[in-house]
Design a protein around this ligand. Sequence first.
Ligand SMILES: Nc1ncnc2c1ncn2[C@@H]1O[C@H](COP(=O)(O)OP(=O)(O)OP(=O)(O)O)[C@@H](O)[C@H]1O
Ligand SMILES: [Mg+2]
Length: 229
Amino acid sequence: MGEILRMQNICKDYVMGDEIQHVLKNIDLTVDEGEFLAVLGPSGSGKSTLMNIIGCLDVPTSGDYWLDGLHVADEDEKTLARIRNQRIGFIFQSFYLLQKQTAFQNVELPLLYANASAKERRERTEEVLKLVGLGDKMDHYPSQLSGGQQQRVAIARAIANRPSILLADEPTGALDQHTGAQVMELFENLHEEGNTIIMITHDAKIASHASRIVKILDGCISEGAVEDA
Ligand SMILES: Nc1ncnc2c1ncn2[C@@H]1O[C@H](COP(=O)(O)OP(=O)(O)OP(=O)(O)O)[C@@H](O)[C@H]1O
Ligand SMILES: [Mg+2]
């Protein structure tokens, strides 16, 4: 399997007044197609900053980033928006579901943006909602779903467009342990089916579900096992 992303010497600085904070320091990272990677690090270590760059939501201060063979810095905002919609499935700690839309409508949305036909949208939306175990809740609004079910809707929405990478920032952060374990089981199944997953977490136990772990500390990255996290 090929390489899906490569970062070389990625730095991210934030300037506040006359102080510069070096949040990411010379990050080198390569991820292969089909990997389930966990990025493990404490609060403030730079995880979300890294995720935003991987997801093309933010740009690095310096360094090179290739996603699916594209050199991201060379692409304009319109192309980046298309990359985000077609190649990346985002999953966040706080789900970000549209409250006035049903589970079905939330999951259908990225397919609408991708100009899928009505038939394709209905079939794929039903397929992914069944895959996450919510075939019987498609007409429920988020307020009528449990936290774990809402996160599963968010996961269904993230995979609807068959993205190259699933990008998850603390996907179990808002869930109790039992529900979090169910979501991890779903991630493991998605990984077995060939999906590439990058999951960001501060929790070594959650990270241990991944097939590879990199640690991030003070903006520096290192490969590592869970034991010495
Ligand atoms: N827009 C910004 N402007 C200035 N500093 C920022 C900005 N965004 C993040 N930072 C700083 O960068 C550092 C890393 O933040 P980041 O959100 O990446 O951490 P994190 O590892 O995701 O933490 P957490 O686990 O708490 O979510 C922090 O010290 C934060 O204050
Ligand atoms: Mg964060």
